[in-house]
Design a protein around this ligand. Structure first.
Ligand code: ARG
Length: 560
C-alpha cells in the first residue's frame, strides 16, 4: 500500500461515515507551502454531507489521526494539514528505489494488451513535423503503457495505398530516374509527383492514365506492383534513418495496403447488419449529428476509413487488444469519431477501448512548419541541425570529453524530443533550437545535465549500494527531493490515465530542480559519516531521472 493509501485508510476510519478510500485519495492535496505540511485533506465536501462546519470536522479528524507515517496534524481553515514522519518516509522511499532500481514505479501486469498506432507516414511523401510529433508521442505512450503493466503492440500504419500511386506510376514512367530515386527516394518521388500535377492541369488525359494505372495496381498487375513495392521499400528505408536516430522501432509496418483483401468482409458485415445506405451511387453509413461515413465510392473503390475499419477489426482479432491508441493530429478528429461510431453500430463492444490521441501543431516563428509545395522542411535536416548545435555546445563547454559524436546525438535528439513532450500534447509547440538546447532552461539537456552531474558525483564519491544505509545524514534540505521521488509511481499511473507524456517530462524537470537546489546548498562529498546517505539520495535521483528520460525516449549520458 502506498503512503497515500495508508493515510486515506486512517482518515476513513476516523471519519466514521461511509466514504470510499479512493474518494479520500482523490481529495488529498499537496499544500501550496511547505509550512502547511506535506499533505492536506479538505473537509468541505464532508461538511455538506455531515452538515457540520468544515473547521469542526477538520479539528475532529486532526485530533484523532494516529499512524506511524504521521508525525503531526493541524486543522487550519477547513483543512487537515498532515506532516509526515520524515524518517520513515525517507527510509521507505530510498530503500525502495535502491532495491527496485529501474523497476521503480512499475505497475503490476494487467494481462491486457494495447495497440498503439503511431508515426504512420505516407509513402513517397516527406516525413512531416506532424509525423514527428506522432512518432515521439506514440513512442512515449508505448513505454508508459508498458510501465503500467500492458503488453504493447506498436504499429506503423503506413499510408501506402490510394490513387496517388497511380499518379506516381505514370509520372515515373514519363520522367523517373531510377538512380536518383535510389539515392534520395522521397525527394525524387515528390518531385515527379508535383510535376505530374502541373502537367495534368494542362493535359487531363494524364489523370485518366493515372486512374488506369491504379486500377492495374489494384488488380495485381506485375509491373505496377513491382513499382509500388519499390517506392514503398525505398521510402521506408529513408524513414528508417529517422527511426534509427530516434531509437524507435515497431512491431508491425502493416499499412493501408495490408487491408486490401480484408475490406470485402467489412463491407459484407456492414451490409448484413443493414448499416449501408446508398447515397449518390456511393455506399455510406449514416451517423447522428454528423456527416455520414463514406465506405465505398461510386466506382467501387474503398477509402481511408474502410481500411481503418478493417484494421481495427484485424487488430482486435489478432492481438486481442482491449485498448488502442491512435496517435494522429487533431485535424483527423472527425475521421476517428466516425470510425469509432461505425464500429459501435456494428455492435463491436471492444470499440469502447479505442481512443484517438490528438495533438497540436509544430510552429516555427509562430507559423506552421509544413510541407508546402516546393518548400519542404526535411526532418532529417532538422534533426541533423539539432545534433550539430549540441556538438558546438560541447566544444565550448567540455571539449575534452570522449565520444563527442555519440553524446551530441543524445543531447540534440533529447532536446527535440523533450521540447515536444514537455507541453500538453494538444498545445501547439514552438520549434526554437536555441531554446530547446539551453542547459539552464526547462529542457531535455537540463535534465540530462543533472543526471550527468550526479553520475560523476557517484563516481567520485565511490557510492556502493549497501543494505541498511544509515540515512541520518539527510537533513531538512533533502525533504522536498524525497517527496518528489515518492511521487514517481503516481505520475506513471496518471500519465497513462490521461495518455499524457508531458506529466513525466514536467516531473523530470521538477525532480532535477529539487535536487539541484539541494546540491547547491549541501556539500555532498565531505568524507563525513553522512556522505553515503547523501550519495544514496543522489543515486535515487539518478535512477528515477534516467528512467523518466527512458520512458520519454531520451538517452541519459554519463557525462556531457
Ligand atoms: N498516414 C496518415 C497520415 O499521414 C496517418 C494514419 C494514421 N493511422 C490510422 N490508422 N489512420 O495522415
Amino acid at each position: 500500500m502506498s503512503e497515500k493509501q495508508q493515510i486515506a485508510t486512517v482518515i476513513q476510519k476516523v471519519i466514521n461515515y461511509e466514504i470510499e478510500s479512493e474518494q479520500i485519495i482523490a481529495l488529498l492535496e499537496k499544500p501550496k507551502h511547505a509550512h502547511l505540511g506535506d499533505m492536506a485533506f479538505p473537509c468541505f465536501t464532508l461538511s455538506k454531507i455531515l452538515r457540520k462546519a468544515p473547521n469542526q470536522i477538520a479539528s475532529e479528524i486532526a485530533s484523532q489521526l494516529d499512524h506511524q507515517l504521521i508525525h503531526q496534524t493541524q486543522a487550519v481553515g477547513g483543512y487537515v494539514n498532515i506532516f509526515l514522519n520524515k524518517e520513515i518516509i525517507t527510509k521507505n522511499v530510498i530503500e525502495t528505489i535502491i532495491k527496485e532500481q529501474t523497476k521503480y514505479g512499475e505497475q503490476i501486469s494487467t494481462n491486457e494488451s494495447i495497440t498503439i498506432d503511431f508515426s504512420s507516414p505516407n509513402i513517397a511523401k516527406p516525413f512531416s513535423m506532424g509525423h514527428l510529433r506522432s512518432t515521439v508521442i506514440g513512442n512515449a505512450l508505448a513505454k508508459i503503457s508498458k510501465k503500467n503493466g500492458y503488453e504493447v503492440i506498436k504499429i506503423n500504419h503506413l499510408g501506402d495505398w490510394g490513387t496517388q500511386f497511380g499518379k506516381l506510376i505514370v509520372a515515373y514512367k514519363l520522367w523517373g530516374d531510377p538512380t536518383r530515386i535510389e539515392q534520395s527516394p522521397v525527394k525524387e518521388l515528390l518531385k515527379i509527383y508535383v510535376k505530374f500535377h502541373e502537367e495534368a492541369e494542362l493535359d487531363d488525359t494524364l489523370n485518366d492514365e493515372a486512374r488506369a494505372a491504379f486500377k492495374r495496381l489494384e488488380q495485381g498487375d506485375e509491373e505496377a506492383l513491382q513499382l509500388w513495392q519499390w517506392f514503398r521499400e525505398a521510402s521506408l528505408k529513408e524513414f528508417q534513418k529517422i527511426y534509427d536516430l530516434l531509437g524507435i522501432s515497431f512491431d508491425s509496418n502493416s499499412g493501408e495496403a495490408f487491408y486490401n483483401d480484408k475490406m470485402e468482409n467489412v463491407v459484407e458485415e456492414l451490409k448484413e447488419k443493414q448499416l449501408l445506405v446508398e447515397s449518390k451511387g456511393a455506399l455510406v453509413v449514416e451517423l447522428e449529428n454528423m456527416p455520414p461515413s463514406l465506405i465505398m465510392k461510386k466506382d467501387g473503390t474503398t477509402l481511408y476509413v474502410t481500411r481503418d475499419l478493417a484494421a481495427a477489426i484485424y487488430r482486435h482479432e489478432t492481438y486481442g487488444s482491449t485498448k488502442s491508441f491512435y496517435v494522429v493530429g487533431n485535424e483527423q478528429s472527425l475521421h476517428f469519431t466516425q470510425l469509432f461510431l461505425v464500429l459501435q453500430k456494428m455492435g463491436h463492444e471492444w470499440a469502447n477501448g479505442l481512443q484517438h490521441i490528438p495533438f497540436g501543431m509544430m510552429l516555427k516563428d509562430g507559423k506552421k512548419m509544413s510541407t508546402r509545395k516546393g518548400k519542404i522542411v526535411l526532418l532529417e535536416e532538422v534533426l541533423a541541425e539539432a545534433i550539430d548545435a549540441a556538438k558546438k555546445n560541447i566544444e565550448e563547454k567540455n571539449p575534452s570529453i570522449a565520444n563527442k559524436e555519440e553524446i551530441a546525438k543524445m543531447i540534440g535528439i533529447g532536446a527535440v524530443v523533450f521540447n515536444d513532450l514537455k507541453n500538453y500534447r494538444m498545445h501547439d509547440i514552438d520549434f526554437s533550437l536555441e531554446e530547446m538546447l539551453n542547459f539552464e532552461g526547462e529542457t531535455g539537456p537540463y535534465v540530462q545535465y543533472t543526471y550527468a552531474r550526479i553520475s560523476s558525483l557517484l563516481k567520485k564519491g565511490g557510492f556502493h549500494h549497501k543494505e541498511n544505509i544509515n540515512l541520518n545524514g539527510l537533513n531538512e534540505k533533502a525533504w522536498s527531493t524525497i517527496l518528489t521521488l515518492k511521487d514517481f509511481p503516481t505520475i506513471i499511473v496518471k500519465s497513462f490515465e490521461n495518455a499524457d507524456p508531458s506529466q513525466i517530462a514536467k516531473y523530470c524537470l521538477e525532480l532535477s530542480h529539487q535536487f539541484n537546489k539541494y546540491y547547491a546548498n549541501t556539500k555532498i562529498i565531505d568524507e563525513s559519516p553522512a556522505q553515503n546517505a547523501k550519495l544514496a539520495l543522489a543515486s535515487c535521483v539518478a535512477i528515477v531521472l534516467s528512467e523518466g528520460l527512458r520512458i520519454l525516449g531520451i538517452k541519459a549520458p554519463n557525462e556531457m
